[in-house]
Design a protein around this ligand. Structure first.
Ligand SMILES: *Cc1c(COP(=O)(O)O)cnc(C)c1O
Length: 244
């Protein structure tokens, strides 16, 4: 059954209340935490429902799918964030269509995004994705290489370094998960101590929101808890329309 309009609005309301509650208990202000709606696999109409319910920041993982929605929703002042893995042949359209990219993990991609960012747009806002789980299969720069990548990104004219992002290992072991969030917070603190003007720690998803906020997240990326369970594979019509 398709969830109806009120489901998206209700999901958002619940998540916002949850963020306020967790932040309060952690001695933080809910206003310090930006909610990004991770909207992959959801059609444009459901994003529009979220927008009507006050949500303006959306994150997408797959370029083709995202372009369909960006076009369908171009009448709305949405801030689009790219949060998925980046192939080098996709940088131009990412740089043209998004305000932020959370998943920069190598110099080559950073260079291409800078070169491809149109002059007419503000600089592309960048988070460095850090591999905090040490799993080989995961994207992200190793924690010990963050400083080097940050120095490179900071030199690129059309990028603006905002902070760090991670997708910790999905585990039931709270202590392990907490240590991975801490690793990201430490990477952020080191950037700050090195003099970078950063303000963003992008961590926390539906399942680990609470820990992420306790450990200092300033941007949480929430999908399922807002939109309900995802449908895989991505609906054909979402991908097909985006082909040139
Ligand atoms: C899908 C996704 C999310 C949201 O995940 P949920 O568990 O549905 O909240 C957050 N970040 C990234 C990078 C994602 O791909």
């Amino acid at each position: 059954m398709e969830p109806n309009t009120s489901t998206v609005a209700a999901g958002l309301k619940k998540v916002r209340a949850h963020i306020t509650e967790i932040a309060g208990k952690a001695g933080r202000q809910a206003g310090e935490i930006t909610l990004l709606a991770a909207s992959k696999t959801n059609p444009a109409e459901r994003l529009r429902e979220a927008f009507v319910a006050g949500q303006t920041v959306f994150g997408e993982n797959y370029l083709q799918e995202a372009l369909v929605k960006i076009d369908a929703l171009k009448d709305l002042p949405i801030e689009w964030h790219f949060i998925g893995p980046i192939q080098s042949n996709k940088t131009r359209r990412i740089a043209e269509n998004f305000a932020w990219v959370h998943s920069v993990d190598r110099k080559k991609i950073a260079e291409r995004l800078s070169k491809d960012r149109p002059e007419a747009l503000p600089p592309l806002q960048i988070c460095l994705q850090v591999n905090v789980s040490g799993e080989d299969s995961k994207s992200g720069v190793a924690p010990e290489e963050v400083a080097d990548l940050a120095a490179h990104v900071a030199e690129l004219p059309r990028l603006r370094l905002r902070g760090v992002m991670a997708i910790p290992e999905l585990t039931k072991f709270t202590a392990l998960q907490r240590s991975q969030f801490r690793m990201l917070k430490e990477a952020y603190d080191q950037l700050k101590q090195s003099g970078y003007d950063v303000d963003t720690i992008s961590m926390g998803m539906s399942e680990d929101l609470e820990l992420a906020i306790q450990e200092g997240a300033t941007m949480v990326r929430i999908g399922t808890a807002i939109f309900g369970p995802r449908r895989y594979p991505i609906p054909e019509e979402l991908v097909r329309q985006a082909q040139p």
